[in-house]
Design a protein around this ligand. Structure first.
Ligand SMILES: [Mg+2]
Length: 234
């Protein structure tokens, strides 16, 4: 069935959050080589990305008092714990924040695909587990805001993907039946599972090969990049 609305996750679906994060963590680890010469930067990157993914499974800015700066601190603390580094977290956190703040990196296929879907008559929106102000800033900074409406975040709904309530709220704001909405996202346990639970058609965008086969409900479609949507949505 032709959908009325195509919703997108933001981080690692429209913008390259992991690529940017990895680059910033790598530079921090390189800068820290004088203090920790036996800490390979690539190992720090790998450990940080894993710690971040594990944290986001348990905690999001939908929870009271949780902010991105706090989540970054927890991720660095966990990273150093996993690497058995005894030193203080501050030098890592401060360097990382200085490098990371004020940056966003859209995927090259994001704008052309959104523009083409709109040209074909689809509405396009966002369902994100992120912090409202930060996600809106990313959309403004990349110029993607004008192509996405509504933009729904877990922080404003007070619940996080995969909770179907977040998806129902997005459909309601778009004035559409959830069964006539598609959801495109990179995380099987949040985007695919939540969309399926809400009765939406789930598209898994496999930006990077997963470490292990995804658990939970199967997506209706799988694409390796957003351009694959243009074949699914004539
Ligand atoms: Mg994502």
């Amino acid at each position: 069935m032709r959908p009325d609305v195509v919703f997108f996750d933001l981080d690692d679906t429209l913008v390259d959050e992991t690529g940017l994060m990895a680059d910033c963590v790598r530079r921090v680890a390189q800068q820290m080589q004088d203090v920790y010469p036996f800490l390979p930067p690539e190992l720090v990157v790998e450990t940080y990305l894993r710690a971040s993914l594990d944290l986001w499974r348990r905690v999001t800015p939908a929870q009271a008092g949780v902010t991105i700066p706090l989540m970054r601190r927890w991720t660095w603390e966990d990273t150093l714990r996993r690497l058995r580094v005894d030193g203080p977290v501050e030098p890592f956190l401060e360097r990382y924040t200085a490098l990371r703040d004020g940056q966003v990196r859209p995927f090259p296929d994001a704008r052309p695909v959104l523009e083409e879907l709109r040209r074909r008559g689809y509405r396009t929106g966002v369902i994100s587990n992120g912090e409202t102000a930060l996600q809106r800033w990313k959309l403004d900074r990349t110029g993607l805001s004008e192509l996405l409406d509504p933009v729904v975040t877990s922080q404003e709904v007070g619940r996080s993907k995969p909770d179907p309530e977040v998806f129902f709220e997005a459909a309601r704001r778009a004035g559409a039946d959830p069964h006539r909405c598609w959801m495109v996202g990179d995380l099987p346990h949040a985007d695919v599972a939540g969309a399926v639970a809400a009765g939406m058609t789930a598209v898994w965008v496999r930006r990077r090969p997963p470490d292990s086969p995804p658990q939970g409900p199967r997506p209706h479609h799988t694409v390796d990049g957003l351009s694959g949507l243009l074949e699914l949505l004539p």
